[in-house]
Design a protein around this ligand. Structure first.
Ligand SMILES: Cc1cc2nc3c(=O)[nH]c(=O)nc-3n(C[C@H](O)[C@H](O)[C@H](O)COP(=O)(O)OP(=O)(O)OC[C@H]3O[C@@H](n4cnc5c(N)ncnc54)[C@H](O)[C@@H]3O)c2cc1C
Length: 383
C-alpha cells in the first residue's frame, strides 16, 4: 500500500527514518552486545512524537493513526530491533490500555508523563511463569479491601518494567466469574512489595530489557482499575490486536535491514569469477525476500487501515503478525546464507537481525496463537 500513502505519511516516515539512521542504527550492535536499552536515543524520541504515537494531543501525544504508527515502527525495526521492541511495547502495551480504557482522570494523570518520556517507558504485565498463551490461567490475585486492591502473585517476561513508573497488570479480581474474572490495574512500580528481578539473559532483542516481577501484598488505590472490573480479558485482547500490527511492522523493518545487507554484500563479493549477485541461486533468495517483504508490509498496512476506519481488524492483525514474523525469520536466515561465514559473524548485522527476528513469532501471541485466531474466524465464516 506504499503507493496509497498520503504525503503526510511519507514525510512522517522520512523524518523517522532520518532520526533512526542517525541515532539508532549506528549503535544497534553496541547496545545488543551490552544488553542495554539505548536510553539516550529513547529520550530524543519524545520531541518527535515517537513516545506517544497513539496518545491524543490533549494529553501530550502525537495522535497518529495506526498506519502512521506502523510506518514509524518499521523504521525503528530497520534500525535496532531491541529498541524498536521497547518503544513498540511502550506505545502499544504501556500507553495503549490507558488510551483505550482509561477514564479522564486516569488519562490526565498518566498519559502526559508517558508521552513525554518523563515517567519512563510504559509496561504491561500479562504473562506469568505458568501462563503465557493461555491467559485464562493467570493466577495473580487482586483482592478489594476497602478503598484498595491488594495484589499478590508473579509475572514473567515483562518488557520495560524497570524503566517504567507504572505497570498495567492483568489480575484475577473475581475468581468465580470465568472469563469475567480479570481486571487491568495500573500499579506504580515503586509500590512497596513490588519487586523487579534482574534483566533476563536473552538470545535476541537484547537492547530491550525484560524482567520478572513479584507482587507481595502490593496495595493500590481502588481507582487504578481500568474500565469496569471484570473486563480485563477482552480489554487485553483488544490491546494485543493493536500490538500485533506493531510487531508485524517491526518484523518488516528487520527483514528490510537484512535484505539491504544481502544486496550490498552480494554485489561486492565475488565467487567463480563473478559477483554473488550474478549467481541465480542468490538472485532467487533476493527476489523471494523482496516479494515477501512487500507482501507482509501490505498485510500490516491493511490491518492498520481497517483499524483506522473503525472496522474489525482482529483477523487482519493476526494474519499480518503471522506472515510478517515468519517472513522476517526466513529472510534473515537467508541473509546469513548469502553472507556465508561473514553472515555468521557478529561483525556483520545479519546474525543480530536473525536473533532479533526469532522473538517476533513468540511475543504478543505466538504463531500458533495467531493461527488459532485466524482459523476460528475462517471456519466460523464458512459453517
Ligand atoms: C523478549 C520477550 C518480551 C516479552 N514481553 C512481554 C511483556 O511485555 N508483557 C507480557 O505480558 N509478556 C511478555 N512476553 C511474554 C510473551 O508474550 C509470551 O512468551 C508468549 O505469549 C508465549 O507464552 P509462553 O512463553 O508462556 O509460551 P506457552 O504459552 O507455554 O507456549 C509454548 C508453546 O506451545 C504453543 N502452544 C500453547 N498453547 C497451544 C495450543 N492451544 N495449540 C497449539 N500450540 C500451543 C505455543 O505457541 C508455544 O509454541 C515477552 C516474552 C519475551 C521472550
Amino acid at each position: 500500500m506504499d503507493f496509497a500513502l498520503s504525503e503526510e505519511h511519507r514525510q512522517w516516515r522520512a523524518s523517522v527514518h532520518a532520526f533512526c539512521a542517525a541515532e539508532l542504527q549506528p549503535h544497534a550492535a553496541e547496545f545488543d552486545a551490552r544488553a542495554e536499552l539505548n536510553a539516550d536515543a529513547v529520550r530524543k524520541m519524545a520531541p518527535l512524537g515517537l513516545l506517544g504515537m497513539l496518545v491524543p494531543e490533549r494529553y501530550g501525544g502525537a495522535e497518529l493513526d495506526m498506519l502512521g504508527t506502523a510506518l514509524a515502527v518499521e523504521e525503528l525495526g530497520w534500525a535496532c530491533g531491541g529498541t524498536a521492541l521497547s518503544v513498540a511495547a511502550h506505545n502499544g502495551l504501556g500507553c495503549g490500555p490507558l488510551v483505550l480504557f482509561g477514564n479522564e482522570t486516569q488519562k490526565q494523570r498518566w498519559l502526559p508523563g508517558l508521552a513525554s518520556g518523563e515517567t519512563g517507558l510504559g509496561a504491561l504485565a500479562l504473562t506469568e511463569p505458568g501462563a503465557g498463551s493461555d491467559l485464562n490461567s493467570v493466577q495473580t490475585r487482586a483482592e478489594r479491601t476497602g478503598d484498595e486492591w491488594v495484589i499478590r502473585g508473579s509475572k514473567a517476561w515483562i518488557t520495560n518494567v524497570a524503566e517504567s513508573a507504572i505497570v498495567t497488570t492483568l489480575c484475577r479480581t473475581r475468581p468465580e466469574a470465568g472469563s469475567h474474572s480479570f481486571s487491568l490495574i495500573v500499579v506504580p512500580v515503586a509500590s512497596p512489595g513490588l519487586h523487579v528481578g534482574p534483566p533476563e539473559k536473552k538470545m535476541g532483542v537484547r537492547a530491550s530489557p525484560t524482567y520478572a516481577i513479584t507482587y507481595d501484598d502490593v496495595h493500590v488505590p481502588a481507582d487504578h482499575v481500568l474500565g469496569e472490573p471484570g473486563q480485563g480479558l477482552p480489554q487485553t485482547l483488544k490491546v494485543l490486536d493493536g500490538g500485533r500490527i506493531s510487531i508485524g511492522a517491526l518484523s518488516v523493518g528487520l527483514a528490510r535491514a537484512a535484505h539491504e545487507e544481502s544486496i550490498r554484500y552480494a554485489s561486492e563479493r565475488r565467487s567463480f569469477g563473478a559477483p554473488l549477485a550474478e549467481h541465480q541461486a542468490i538472485q532467487w533468495m533476493i527476489a523471494d525476500a523482496a516479494t515477501q517483504i512487500e507482501a507482509a508490509r501490505l498485510l500490516v498496512h491493511k490491518a492498520a487501515w481497517l483499524r483506522d476506519r473503525g472496522q474489525n481488524y482482529t483477523q487482519a492483525a493476526a494474519m499480518a503478525k503471522l506472515l510478517a514474523t515468519e517472513m522476517a525469520e526466513s529472510v534473515c536466515r537467508n541473509a546469513i546464507q548469502i553472507l556465508g561465514s561473514y553472515g555468521y559473524s557478529s561483525e556483520y548485522p545479519v546474525e543480530r537481525l536473525y536473533r532479533d527476528a526469532r522473538l517476533m513469532t513468540i511475543g504478543e501471541g505466538t504463531s500458533e496463537v495467531q493461527r488459532m485466531v485466524i482459523a476460528r474466524r475462517v471456519l466460523s465464516a464458512e459453517h
